[in-house]
Write a protein that binds this ligand. Structure first.
Ligand code: FES
Length: 135
């Protein structure tokens, strides 16, 4: 796997990512071996998920304590987007804005119903930029 810190596109990509928290944005291609660049880490606040698209996938990024998690931006109930979901930082949950299903923001496990879960994606932070590898 390529070392993203040596990627000259990382800083340029980071400079292109200039959007508000909670917005959905289509990014220009920023792929490196299946990893797609997302928001700057300091744009993702604990109470506000950030959504973006990369490699044909809709992606949701959450800040969980001092770490980040990425999931497919598709609620496990009927697949609606979660970027306007409510995050409870102390409980470590995100609640879907559509019908109220609650998910563990660390694992994506559904706390409202059995046998459903958000689909997690690998995530890394390089040079202050979040990179996600959608499946
Ligand atoms: S789509 Fe999320 S609870 Fe229904």
């Amino acid at each position: 796997m390529a070392d993203l810190t040596d990627n000259p596109d990382v800083e340029a990509t980071a400079n292109r990512v200039d959007r508000g928290i909670g917005d959905v944005a289509s990014l220009e291609p920023g792929d490196t071996n299946g990893w797609h660049s997302g928001p700057k880490a300091d744009q993702v606040m604990a109470e506000k998920p950030v959504a973006f698209e990369g490699r044909g996938a809709k992606i949701l990024v959450l800040r969980v304590r001092d770490e980040f998690r990425a999931f497919r931006n598709s609620c496990a109930h009927v697949g609606l987007p979660l970027e306007r979901g409510m995050c409870d930082v102390e409980a470590g949950t995100i609640t879907c804005p559509w019908h109220g299903f609650r998910f563990d923001s660390d694992t994506g496990e559904c706390l409202s119903g059995p046998q459903c879960q958000l689909e997690p994606f690998p995530l890394r932070v390089t040079a202050g930029v979040i990179w996600v590898k959608p499946s």
